[in-house]
Design a binder for this molecule. Structure first.
Ligand SMILES: *[C@@H]1O[C@H](CO)[C@@H](O)[C@H](O)[C@H]1NC(C)=O
Ligand SMILES: *[C@@H]1O[C@H](CO)[C@@H](O)[C@H](O)[C@H]1NC(C)=O
Ligand SMILES: *[C@@H]1O[C@H](CO)[C@@H](O)[C@H](O)[C@H]1NC(C)=O
Ligand SMILES: *[C@@H]1O[C@H](CO)[C@@H](O)[C@H](O)[C@H]1NC(C)=O
Length: 379
């Protein structure tokens, strides 16, 4: 009898491990704290109280998240959530807008939907905390921590993740409404010059985070922006999987970001920066296009954008812009869908990004360290 139970428990554990590998926590986290910066890919609710269209705190967002809709721009966890679980944190890192004094020493999430490296990025949809504003917020967090703990030296052991730049392309450089350009960046700058401007600004912003005590940084490259249904619909011929135009611009940015990582590692020998190659992580065999998700359940309403003629389709029925329609029914098979709305990936993509940035699978996934290695570096 006892041995039967033992066997049963063994299988239960095995099944739990297979199905919920990210929920296994090993007691103490590997680092004392974990700070999260970025845009909607990492936002977990900082925008909820803002006067803005950059929000995802309503169903069907969060349909596969234990607490339902929280402000996460996806059906489940963000990649930053899953990295936090891999680092051994139980519970998710709180948003800046809700974090209490008891919580901040373990980390804060500053990410904000619509935010960019440039302050102006995303303004057409209302308020958001730009990367600059997120750094101002971090400055205030560090002051709070130093009031509570007196000594902030432990910040150098912590992991800082930054996922920013997507909006500077989608909601600035390549943003058109009808025939109007709301942003003039694409008139003023070539693709190359624009990437240079972004990277110079990014460099200054990272230096500010360094000056606030950060020493271990993972910087996420842009992932196939040209393949998002939002961009495919506005920039590419029907039937093509991706917009080459936008992917080319992203390629320039990612290469510059990798060069910046090299430069910063030389300039600041007491810190470590790493580049996460999301293109490598999300790449399908032989550069095949992303898997088209199953079609959204048709609704009676008319005038919805028709994504059926495009190869990359959102999982939920969407507004004219990019968002899931409130209370709409998303596709049933979210595990085989790439995009939840027209911009944001579904949780399986986030799992891939988190898993392989934490422990690289291919040599091209990270440069030069994965996040697990970053936790071990002695500074
Ligand atoms: C802060 O703590 C570190 C070790 O954690 C120690 O080396 C350093 O001297 C402390 N600084 C102050 C000002 O107490
Ligand atoms: C571009 O737009 C910004 C913000 O509205 C404005 O300050 C700037 O003068 C514009 N530049 C040109 C050349 O139109
Ligand atoms: C943080 O805030 C203080 C006080 O406002 C300011 O003097 C300092 O320059 C800020 N640091 C950074 C890195 O922004
Ligand atoms: C990212 O990885 C891909 C291979 O999957 C490679 O072609 C590309 O050059 C890498 N990007 C950078 C910036 O190293």
């Amino acid at each position: 009898m006892g041995s039967h139970f033992g066997l049963l428990n063994y299988f239960t554990c095995l099944i739990m491990l297979l199905y919920f590998p990210n929920f296994v926590v090993s007691g103490k986290p590997q680092v004392p704290c974990y700070f999260i910066f970025g845009d909607s890919l990492f936002d977990t609710g900082n925008n909820n109280q803002l006067d803005t269209k950059w929000k995802a705190n309503y169903p069907p967002y969060g349909i596969d998240f234990p607490k339902g809709h929280t402000g996460r721009f996806t059906n489940g966890r963000t990649a930053a959530d899953i990295i936090g679980q891999n680092l051994g944190f139980d519970g998710f890192i709180p948003t800046y807008v809700t974090a209490t004094d008891d919580q901040i020493s373990k980390g804060v999430n500053y990410a904000s939907g619509g935010a960019g490296i440039l302050d102006r990025t995303g303004f057409h949809n209302g308020d958001r905390f730009s990367f600059h504003q997120q750094i101002v917020h971090h400055n205030s967090t560090v002051s709070r921590i130093s009031r509570i703990q007196k000594n902030t030296t432990f910040l150098k052991e912590c992991i800082y993740v930054v996922n920013i730049g997507m909006s500077d392309y989608i909601y600035n450089y390549y943003y058109w409404t009808g025939f109007d350009r709301i942003y003039n960046s694409s008139l003023l700058y070539s693709k190359i010059n624009y990437a240079t401007i972004l990277i110079i600004q990014y460099y200054r912003q990272l230096k500010a985070l360094y000056n606030l005590g950060g020493r271990k940084f993972a910087l996420f490259g842009l992932a196939q922006l040209g393949c998002t249904p939002f961009i495919v619909k506005s920039w590419s011929a029907v039937g093509k999987p991706c917009s080459v135009l936008v992917n080319d611009a992203e390629y320039v940015f990612n290469n510059r970001l990798k060069t910046l990582v090299d430069g910063l590692n030389k300039l600041k020998p007491d810190a470590r920066f790493t580049f996460i190659n999301t293109t490598s992580i999300l790449q399908k065999k032989e550069g095949a296009p992303v898997t088209p998700p199953s079609l959204p359940i048709p609704t009676k309403k008319k005038k919805l954008p028709d994504y059926n003629k495009y190869k990359a389709r959102p999982c939920c029925p969407v507004t004219d812009d990019w968002q899931c329609i409130l209370n709409s029914t998303p596709c049933a098979t979210r595990t085989s869908s790439t995009y939840f709305d027209t911009v944001h990936p579904t949780e399986p993509n986030n799992i891939a990004i988190a898993t392989r940035s934490y422990k690289a699978l291919l040599p091209t996934d990270v440069y030069p360290y994965d996040i697990h290695r970053l936790t071990q570096v002695k500074l």
